[in-house]
Design a protein around this ligand. Sequence first.
Ligand SMILES: Nc1ncnc2c1ncn2[C@@H]1O[C@H](COP(=O)(O)OP(=O)(O)OP(=O)(O)O)[C@@H](O)[C@H]1O
Ligand SMILES: [Mg+2]
Length: 596
Amino acid sequence: MTRTKPISKIKKGWRLIRRFYREYVTSFKERTFIIWFLHVLFAAALIAPPFLLKQLIDEGIINRNVDLVWFLALALVGVFSFIAAIDKIRTFLGHVIAQKITYNLRNDLYSHLQKLSFRFYDNTKIGELLSRIIDDLNVVQEIIYHMPENIITNGCMILLTGIMIFYLNWRLALATLTVMPVIAISAYIISLKMFKGSREVRKRKALLASRVEDNLSGMRIIQSFVRENYEMERFDRENEGHYRGRVKVIAPMSWLFPISILILGISLAVTMGYGGHQVIEGAMTIGALTAFVMYLRRFMWPLLEISMLSESAIRFLAGMERFFKYMDMHPDIKDSPKAIKLKEVKGEIQFENIWFRYDKEVILKDINLRILPGQTIALVGPSGSGKTTVTRLIPRFYEPYKGEILLDGKDIKEVKLRSLRAQIGVVMQDDYLFSDSLVNNIAYGRLSASKKEVIEAARQANIHQFAGELPEGYETQLGERGVKVSEGQAQRISIARAVLKDSPILILDEATSSVDSETELLIQQALKKLMRNKTCIVIAHRLSTIIGADRILFIENGRIVEEGNHEQLLKKDGRYAHFYNLQFNPKSKVVSRQQT
Ligand SMILES: Nc1ncnc2c1ncn2[C@@H]1O[C@H](COP(=O)(O)OP(=O)(O)OP(=O)(O)O)[C@@H](O)[C@H]1O
Ligand SMILES: [Mg+2]
């Protein structure tokens, strides 16, 4: 890995901060300025108490002026009340705005993630993404408030108390300031070490999160292969990495206080020694020395805190960098500027010389096909030959790198994506059911559907009877915290969705898993009703679907190698006939079993 030069890093950091302010803070400009002003006021108000104390001692106590002592004591109460009030307001207001900004960041990120296409999700780990959305933004949220607070309050404190100590006694001030560089340098070193550690912790945390996500999702496999120990070891490796990363942060962190205390002690000793000497010689009043000591504390801590700033600044920048990285990922599939909205379609689909690849390997090679409105074609072929891939190109989940797909003669690239997808119903082998009620799961097909329409769709999909058997009927919750459904039931729910959507084009990936013949019949009937009057592309695994299709395309290795109806293809005695005999012909099945 090449290291970037510090200067370009600073430039990049500055650009990020400017962008962050432009896009997320400007809408709170007035309130932000008020808060910044309160930071200044807070620092300025903190200058008063030591000075009042000096007057109280020198003018009040030494001169034995009781009235003045009481007056200044009361004034101290007043000043501290003022400081407390400012702190309350700036903390509340500042944190609320920081929350609001984080809320906006999170909403924007989520809404952007929804636009990213299948390809992005193919290559992204969900656990890692979650840790970005939640952890990164939590860090950012804390820093949004505390970084300006740190810079402004501490900057003002250093400046003002600096002036005050020089005003009180410039010789003493110079003497004490000799220890300042030590503070600044040591705090800076510690914070850098902490940063390096915490960067590792964050990396480890993301790894840990994706490991946990992977394992929890695969728990059934883990248990059925009795791989608990193996997985425990893998988990333990990540967990230990995380632990070691943490320790790397703890080590420098544990230095922070001892070193500060030591430095404060030394500077106190210098002040009291040299200052005490001056008081005895009459060059300084006792009140001034007391005030000096108090200012010293107010000078040292801010210095310490401001030298630690680099750590949170870098954390903030790292979080924002990743945030904007996702925000800058443009969806690789989106509406072209002159895309038109698709209205009613007849449903003619045409593939013209389509070439496609997911990664390097070419998956579909020169696919040409034409489906007339209302026709049903069946895609048949060995596993991995590219059948599912063909169907994914029609709703533009992926984009071919060569060739055109036409819908009713229009290039689908010239059509608004949402309107295109609205025309296509998709029933996949393993459609996702949400943790929601049955009625909402079906109504996902058309959110505006009335309950009556949902029930009608359920009837058509042969799932109505099942709904009747559920404890709360259509309102029964499905999924993790509700009723579990079988594969056959899930499939019919997803068919019901497609019935509701009632789109002119239907893509159907038939389940390979065998269900009992009664359920099979239910599904068959449901599909038959669904497919009526639609242009259908079916990835067929059932003989009845294949025979019922207007045309069969036999796909092998990403090419259409044979085309025709069942009889024609059997007569041809080519790849399809061979496939059919192996798959469906009971006599040859026996033969092929004997052969193996
Ligand atoms: N999201 C993806 N990213 C990269 N490669 C993929 C992706 N999906 C599928 N492939 C690859 O593309 C090829 C075709 O896959 P496809 O899912 O289209 O096959 P299929 O004919 O539907 O198989 P099956 O009958 O088993 O469902 C396979 O070699 C597969 O490894
Ligand atoms: Mg498939």
